[in-house]
Ligand binder design. Structure first.
Ligand code: TNX
Length: 768
C-alpha cells in the first residue's frame, strides 16, 4: 500500500464524505515526545507470533525490550531470523544522528535504522506508543496479533541530556520503585537519572569503608509534620530511614543500562552533609555530635575542609565511582552556609595558606580538590550553580537551579551546563492552584509552564549555546512521602519536559500546547494501564477577568473542553456558560465542567471583589520577574486575590531584589477610605515581606497625602496584610495612588538562601 499523508488522504476522501472522520482517525497517531517528522499512511502492519526480527548484535537493548514487551503484554513471541527473511529489520546507519532513528512501517515489514543502540531503542519506544495501551499490562490477555499503523518517522533528540531527578534522602523510596521511575524515563526517551542519594535528613547508599553511614546516618529519629512554615513546628516521633546496599545499586544500574538510562549519583558536599557529620562528627568543624536532621531546610553542620573529610570523601567517591559506569558524579555544592568555616581556625589558616579571598574561595578550593580526584579516576563532576561562587573548578559542568544566570555565566566561560531552574523544572512545586492539591513545598509550576520551557537561556548566543547539554525535572521529596505522590507530582509534567528536551521548545506555544494536551489525554490511558498515579487537571476550570470598554467580564475555560460548563452566581439558578459573564458587583461564582452528562474535573469557585480599582490603570517601575509574572501587572487590579498558599498562582506577582513603586491611575476622581494589599512571607522559599511600606494619594485638587505603615514581621505568618486607612468619610477626588514597597535586600546568614537576594510577592491591591 502506498503511503499517503493526511493531506492527500483528505483530498481523496473529500468528495466521498467529510474528511473529518479520517483526519481524526489518522491523528490518533500521537507520540510523546513528538517525532521530528512523521507521515502517517493508511492501513497497518500485523505483528503475530510468526513474526521474525533481525538486528545487529549491538542493538540488543532494543530487541530485548521489544521481545519482552510483546511477550509480556500480548503473549506474542518474536523469533530471530536472517536479515532477508525478517519482518522487523534493524540496521545500523551511521549517517543518522546520535540517539536518532528512522522507522518505516509498511504492509510488508518494519524497518528501523539507527547509528547507535540508543537510537534503535528509541525506535522501539515509538513502536510501543503505536501499539494499544493495554499491552502495558503484564500478562494481559494473550493476543494472536497486534496492528501497528503504517507510517514513516525520522527522529532525533534536540538535547543530549534529558533527565529526571529523584531525592531519596528526604523520603526513601525502595529499589523496586526506583526501577519503575527509571522505566518511566525510558518510555519518554529520557536518558539521565539524577539520583540524590545524600542529604541532611538521611544517607542512602552503602559505603563499605564507613558502616556508620548506613547503621546511623540512614535513619532520623523523627520527621516534621506539615509545612515547614507552620508554627509551632510539630514532629511525628517515628524513626524513619532506609538505604540501598551496593548490590541494590548494582541491580538498579544494570536495569537502567537495559533502558539506555545513565545514572548520575549525587553525593552532596560541602553542605547538606549533616547526616554524614552525625555519623562521623570529626568530619565537621566543631567535632560535636549532631543528629540526623528531622526537618527541612539548610543546616550549618557542613563538612570541614580537613584531612579526615578529604580522606572520607575520596574513599566514598571511589566506592561510588566503582558502582556507577556513567561519566558524571554530582558533588552537590549548593546551600552551604559558611558560619562554621568563619570561626574555625583550620579553615582560616587554609584561606591564608592558599591565598584565598574568603570562605567562598575556600568552597571553590574544596570543590577543585575533589574535582582533581574525580578527574584522576576518569570521571567528571557536575555541581549546582553555587560552585560558581569563588571561582569555578576547571572541568565542572554546572546544573543551574537558581534561575538561569548560573548557566549563562558558566556557558560563556566555556563550561557545559544543564538547566533545571526552579521556575520551570521543580516538580515539587504545586501544579495547580485548586485548594484540594496535596501539601507541597510552595511555588507554582503548572503543566503549561513546563511545556513552554526553553532550556537555552535567551541571553546565550553563538557557540556558548552549544554548552547547554539539556535539562532535567527535579523531584525533591520534603513533602512527597509516598510512591503514589512521586507519580502525582511527576505526571503529567514529565511528559511536557520530555517534549522540551527531545523535540525542543515549540515555535508557537499557543498552537502547540492544545496539540500537546490532546496527546496527554490519550497518553493518560497508557499511564492508567501502567498504574501510574498521574494528576489529571485537564478538565479543571480556570477563570479570568477581562476588561472591555469599561465593563468587567469573567471568562471560564478548561485546558481540554468538555461538553458544557454550568455555573452559578451568588447561589442563583444554574446557567450554561456560553459567553463571558458581565460582572457588576462583588460576586461568588461556582462552576463545573460536564462531559457525556457526567461531572469531569474538580468543582470551581472564585470570589471577585468589585472594588474601586478594577477600572484603574497600573504601571510599575520594574516588571515582575519572568518566572512569576503570569498575570502581568493587571493581576493586581482584577478583583481576584491570590491563593493563601500558592504565591505563584498568577494572581501574585514576584520580584527578585527590586524596590517597588506602583502607580495606579483611577479612571475618575474617586473617594477612597482604604487601600489594602497582602505580601507573602515564606523565608523557607527566600520570600520576605518588608517591615514597612508607604502610599501617596494625589487628588484632583492638587493635594498629596502620604500614609506609611511599619510592621513587625514574624516567621509564623505567611500572609502579611498592609492596610492604609484614610479618614472615615474618605479622601475625596483621588486621581492617582503611588505605593512604595521596599525589598528587604540580601538574605542574612542563618536564614535559608543566605547571601542571595530576597523575593517580594505582592497580591491584589484593593481600593475601597
Ligand atoms: C533547594 S535545588 C535545594 C534542595 C531542596 C529544594 C526544594 C538545590 C540545589 N537545593 O535541597 O530540596 O530546594 O525545592
Amino acid at each position: 500500500m502506498k503511503k499517503l499523508s493526511v493531506f492527500w488522504l483528505c483530498l481523496l476522501t473529500i468528495l466521498v464524505s467529510s474528511c473529518k472522520e479520517n483526519e481524526q482517525e489518522l491523528v490518533t497517531v500521537k507520540i510523546i515526545p513528538e517525532p521530528e517528522t512523521m507521515v502517517v499512511g493508511q492501513g497497518s502492519f500485523e505483528i503475530t507470533s510468526a513474526s521474525t526480527f533481525y538486528a545487529p548484535p549491538t542493538f540488543k537493548i532494543a530487541t530485548h525490550f521489544l521481545q519482552d514487551y510483546l511477550a509480556s503484554g500480548a503473549g506474542i513471541g518474536l523469533t530471530e531470523a536472517s536479515e532477508s527473511a525478517s519482518d522487523i529489520v534493524f540496521a545500523q546507519d551511521t549517517t543518522i544522528a546520535a540517539e536518532g532513528y528512522s522507522l518505516s512501517i509498511s504492509e510488508e515489514n518494519i524497518k528501523i535504522k539507527a547509528a547507535d543502540a540508543a537510537g534503535a531503542f528509541y525506535a522501539v519506544q515509538t513502536i510501543r506508543q503505536l501499539l494499544p495501551p493495554d499491552l502495558e499490562r503484564l500478562n494481559s490477555m494473550p493476543k494472536t496479533s497486534v496492528n501497528i499503523p503504517q507510517l514513516q518517522i525520522t527522529d532525533a533528540p534536540k538535547f543530549a541530556y534529558r533527565g529526571m531527578h529523584l531525592d531519596v534522602s528526604r523520603h526513601f523510596f525502595p529499589k523496586e520503585f526506583v526501577k519503575k521511575y527509571i522505566s518511566y524515563l525510558a518510555m519518554l526517551k529520557m536518558n539521565r537519572f539524577h539520583w540524590h542519594l545524600t542529604d541532611d535528613q538521611g544517607w542512602r547508599i552503602e559505603i563499605k569503608e564507613y558502616p556508620l553511614l548506613t547503621e546511623h546516618a540512614a535513619y532520623r529519629n523523627e520527621t516534621l509534620i506539615g509545612h515547614y512554615n507552620t508554627q509551632p513546628q510539630q514532629f511525628d516521633g517515628q524513626r524513619y530511614g532506609g538505604y540501598y546496599t551496593q548490590e541494590d545499586v548494582q541491580e538498579i544500574v544494570a536495569y537502567a543500562e537495559t533502558l539506555n538510562v545513565t545514572i548520575i549519583p549525587e553525593i552532596e558536599m560541602p553542605g547538606h552533609a549533616q547526616a554524614a557529620v552525625s555519623a562521623y562528627p570529626e568530619l565537621g568543624c566543631t567535632g560535636t555530635e549532631v543528629p540526623v536532621a528531622t526537618k527541612w531546610g539548610v543546616f550549618e553542620n557542613i563538612y570541614c575542609p580537613n584531612q579526615k573529610t578529604f580522606a572520607f570523601l575520596k574513599n566514598t567517591l571511589a566506592e561510588v565511582m566503582a558502582l556507577f559506569p556513567g561519566e558524571y558524579i554530582h558533588i552537590g555544592g549548593d546551600e552551604a552556609p559558611k558560619t562554621q568555616w568563619k570561626t574555625c581556625s583550620h579553615c582560616q589558616q587554609l584561606i591564608s595558606k592558599h591565598n584565598l579571598k574568603d570562605e567562598q574561595g575556600l568552597q571553590s578550593w574544596f570543590i577543585k580538590e575533589i574535582e582533581t580526584f574525580v578527574n584522576s579516576k576518569g570521571k567528571k563532576i557536575i555541581g549546582w550553580d553555587e560552585i560558581l561562587e569563588g571561582g569555578l573548578a576547571p572541568n565542572a559542568t554546572i546544573m543551574s537551579w537558581r534561575g538561569t544566570e548560573g548557566a549563562v555565566e558558566a556557558a560563556n566561560a566555556g563550561h557545559d551546563v544543564i538547566l533545571t531552574p526552579t521556575s520551570h523544572a521543580y516538580f515539587d512545586y504545586y501544579q495547580d492552584d485548586h485548594p484540594d492539591e496535596p501539601l507541597a513545598i510552595g511555588g507554582f509550576l503548572p503543566l503549561k509552564k513546563v511545556f513552554e520551557f526553553n532550556p537555552i537561556p535567551t541571553e546565550l548566543t553563538g557557540d556558548a549555546r552549544n554548552h547547554v547539554l539539556g535539562a532535567q525535572g527535579n523531584i525533591w521529596t520534603e513533602y512527597i512521602t509516598t510512591e503514589a505522590q512521586v507519580e502525582y507530582m511527576a505526571f503529567p509534567r514529565m511528559l511536557a519536559m520530555a517534549e522540551v528536551v527531545w523535540s525542543g521548545p515549540a515555535e508557537n506555544n499557543e498552537e502547540a500546547y492544545p496539540m500537546f494536551l490532546s496527546k496527554v489525554v490519550q497518553f493518560m490511558e497508557r499511564l492508567e494501564v501502567l498504574g501510574v498515579n498521574y494528576a489529571n487537571h485537564l478538565y479543571d476550570l480556570k477563570g479570568a477577568v477581562v476588561k472591555e470598554n469599561g465593563t468587567i467580564f469573567y471568562t471560564l475555560t478548561s485546558p481540554v473542553s468538555g461538553d458544557k460548563i454550568s455555573y452559578r452566581i451568588n447561589g442563583a439558578a444554574e446557567k450554561t456558560y456560553e459567553t463571558p459573564i458581565p460582572i457588576t458587583t462583588t460576586t461568588t461564582l461556582t462552576a463545573q465542567v460536564f462531559k457525556n452528562g457526567k461531572k469531569v474535573g474538580r468543582a470551581f469557585s472564585e470570589n471577585i471583589q468589585f472594588h474601586k480599582g478594577l477600572k484603574a490603570t497600573i504601571t510599575m517601575n520594574v516588571s515582575p520577574h519572568a518566572a512569576y509574572s503570569a498575570g502581568g501587572e493587571a493581576a493586581l487590579l482584577n478583583g481576584i486575590s491570590g491563593s493563601d498558599t500558592r504565591y505563584g498562582d498568577g494572581e501574585w506577582l514576584g520580584f527578585w531584589g527590586d524596590d517597588l513603586e506602583i502607580t495606579i491611575t483611577l479612571n475618575e476622581p474617586t473617594t477612597i477610605t482604604e487601600i489594602g494589599t497582602r505580601l507573602y512571607h515564606a523565608p523557607g522559599q527566600w520570600i520576605h515581606a518588608p517591615n514597612g511600606a508607604s502610599i501617596t494619594a494625589k487628588t484632583a485638587r492638587g493635594s498629596s497625602h502620604t500614609n506609611s505603615i511599619y510592621k513587625e514581621i514574624t516567621n509564623s505568618e505567611t500572609l502579611i496584610p498592609f492596610k492604609f486607612k484614610f479618614p472615615e468619610t474618605g479622601l475625596r477626588d483621588v486621581t492617582s495612588i503611588t505605593l512604595k514597597i521596599p525589598n528587604v535586600g540580601i538574605i542574612p546568614e542563618g536564614q535559608q538562601g543566605a547571601g542571595n537576594k530576597a523575593w517580594t510577592f505582592i497580591d491584589e491591591i484593593v481600593i475601597e
